[in-house]
Design a protein around this ligand. Structure first.
Ligand code: GLN
Length: 305
C-alpha cells in the first residue's frame, strides 16, 4: 500500500466528528433528502492511478463543480475572450449574489459565482452545436464513464427554485452580457448543475488540471498549460465562494465546491482529488469535505505553498 492510500484510508474516521455540524442543501428537495453522513473520496494521479475510500463510487449532484468544466470548455473554444465578459477577482459575496453586478456594469467578478457561470454557459451555447449532448459527451470522455447522466428531478427543481438565477440572467442581458435567449441559457445552466457524478468520476474528470491540460485518457489537450494554470488560480482564489480565503489558508490547494457536498481539489502536476459529504457549512461548502482535505494536506504536505 502506498502512503497516499494509507492516509486516504484514515480520513473517514478522521472527519467523523464533523458529522451533524452542517446541513445538506435544502433549497432543492432532492438535495435535502440525501443521507447526511455519506462520505467518499477519490484520488486520480497524473500517472494514471486511482485510489478510493468510502462512498467514492456513488453518484451525487455535482452542482457548482460543473463550473470548472464549463469554464475549461469555454476557454478551449473562446480563449482569452472569456475574460472580456467575466472578471478574475474573488467576489467576497455569496455565490448567488446580485448586488455587485449593478455597480460593476454587468461583468461578473469571476466565472465561479452564478452570474459568471451564466455568462460562461452563454459562451458555450454560442460555440457548441448540441450544447447538452456535446457537454455530456465531453464529461463522459474525460471521466471515462459513459453512464454519466443528469438528474431530471434536480433539473426540474432548479427551475422551480431558480428565481435568483433568472434574475441574474435578465440583469446580465440588460448589459448585453448574455447573447443567447435567456430561456436557453438558464436551461443549459440548470442542466450543468444537475449532472450526477461520483468522486471517482470527478477525480478523473479533473485530472487534466493536474497534468498541464492533457486529456486523461486520450492523446490530446483539454486546455493549454497556461489555461490550466489560470483555471487552478481561479479555483484557489474563487472556487469556494466567500470561503476561498479560509480554504487557501487551511487547505492550500485549488478547490471547486458544489452545494451537493462535493469538492474537487488539485495538486498541480501530481493528482486530482474529489471528496463528497453532503453536510454544508454556512458558506455552502461541505464541512466534512473541507476537514478531509485539510487533514490530507497536513499529513501529506501536498499543498501548493
Ligand atoms: N444550482 C445551484 C445554483 O445555481 C448551484 C450552486 C452551487 O453549487 N453553489 O444556485
Amino acid at each position: 500500500m502506498t502512503k497516499i492510500e494509507t492516509i486516504l484510508g484514515t480520513l473517514p474516521e478522521a472527519v467523523s466528528h464533523t458529522f451533524g455540524q452542517g446541513k445538506p442543501a435544502n433549497y432543492i428537495p432532492a438535495l435535502a433528502e440525501v443521507c447526511g453522513n455519506k462520505f467518499g473520496m477519490a484520488i486520480s494521479t497524473a500517472k494514471g492511478r486511482d485510489f478510493i475510500v468510502g462512498d467514492a463510487e456513488e453518484a451525487f449532484s455535482i452542482q457548482s463543480i460543473s463550473k470548472v468544466f464549463s469554464l475549461s470548455l469555454a476557454m478551449h473554444y473562446a480563449g482569452e475572450k472569456v475574460f472580456e465578459r467575466v472578471g478574475v477577482e474573488p467576489s467576497g459575496n455569496p455565490f448567488h449574489s446580485l448586488s455587485q453586478l449593478e455597480y460593476e456594469n454587468g461583468i461578473p467578478r469571476n466565472p465561479f459565482i452564478n452570474a459568471g457561470a451564466l455568462v460562461v454557459a452563454d459562451i458555450l451555447l454560442s460555440n457548441l452545436n448540441s450544447p447538452k449532448q456535446d457537454f455530456l459527451d465531453h464529461i463522459r470522455s474525460i471521466s471515462k464513464n459513459l453512464d454519466i447522466q443528469y438528474d431530471e428531478r434536480v433539473f426540474r427543481s432548479e427551475y422551480d427554485n431558480g428565481q435568483r438565477n433568472a434574475a441574474l440572467a435578465y440583469y446580465l442581458k440588460s448589459f448585453d452580457n448574455i447573447k443567447n435567449p435567456i430561456a436557453q441559457v438558464l436551461d443549459f445552466y440548470f442542466y450543468l448543475c444537475s449532472l450526477n457524478m461520483s468522486c471517482l468520476d470527478l477525480a478523473r474528470a479533473s485530472r487534466f488540471l493536474a497534468d498541464d491540460g492533457r486529456h486523461p485518457f486520450k492523446d490530446k489537450s483539454v486546455v493549454s498549460p497556461l489555461q490550466t494554470r489560470r483555471i487552478n488560480t481561479l479555483m484557489m482564489t474563487c472556487g469556494t465562494y466567500d470561503e476561498a480565503g479560509e480554504f487557501a489558508f487551511h487547505v492550500g490547494l485549488p478547490c471547486k465546491s458544489g452545494v451537493g457536498g462535493g469538492i474537487v481539489a488539485i495538486v498541480p502536476g501530481k493528482m486530482s482529488l474529489c471528496v463528497w459529504s453532503p453536510e454544508l457549512g454556512k458558506k455552502g461548502n461541505s464541512l466534512p469535505g473541507m476537514q478531509a482535505l485539510k487533514t490530507f494536506v497536513e499529513q501529506t504536505g501536498l499543498a501548493v505553498f
